[in-house]
Design a protein. Structure first.
Length: 188
């Protein structure tokens, strides 16, 4: 009997051990549902502030308005033209309103410029008059109208632009040496 009790005890222990191992392998697994993808909805409405840097091209023109031919200078309507380029940069701020796919906005910018140049009057021989110019800052106020397509905005923009321009003339050859200058805001 001892032998059959031992076999029964081993069988019972093995059955318990196998049952416990099987139960651990077949346990309930947690169910997690992946979140649904939601396509973002872009809205261009709101206030914004930004910066910009770029290039600027300037076309300067001097036209004589007085009859100074007595002094050997240019006749009325004669003058000089010079083109130059430089770097400009600054900041902008604005506000956009979006209604359905239509976007409307208002923006203001202010920029510093580094455009300047000098021309010598050689019409009558030696360089008698030195014409100098400098465009040092500009500002714009513009409106925007556009159509939003997802995260893209196609728009047209237009409005006011102005630049601060400093002009000077220096008579560098004797006998009439002198200088004059004017700083003027030009609208566009």
């Amino acid at each position: 009997m001892t032998h059959s009790k031992l076999i029964a005890a081993l069988t019972f222990t093995t059955a318990l051990g196998m049952g416990a191992a099987s139960a651990a392998d077949l346990g309930a697994r947690p169910y997690t549902k992946a979140p649904a993808y939601i396509e973002p909805i872009f809205n261009w409405s709101g206030f914004y502030v930004g910066g910009h840097i770029g290039g600027a091209w300037t076309n300067e023109q001097w036209t004589n308005t007085a009859n100074t031919t007595v002094f050997g200078d240019l006749r009325p309507g004669q003058g000089f033209r010079q083109r130059n380029s430089g770097v400009f940069g600054g900041g902008q701020m604005g506000y956009n309103w979006q209604a359905n796919n239509f976007v409307f906005g208002l923006e203001g910018t202010i920029s510093g410029l580094n455009n300047k140049g000098t021309v010598l009057n050689t019409v009558f021989g030696a360089g008698d008059d030195q014409f100098s110019w400098r465009a040092d800052w500009m500002a714009t106020i513009t409106g925007r109208a556009g159509i939003a397509v997802n995260n893209n905005l196609f728009y047209a923009k237009g409005g006011y632009a102005g630049v601060n321009n400093h002009l000077s003339v220096t008579d560098v050859l004797p006998s009439a040496i002198g200088a004059g200058s004017q700083t003027q805001w030009h609208n566009g």
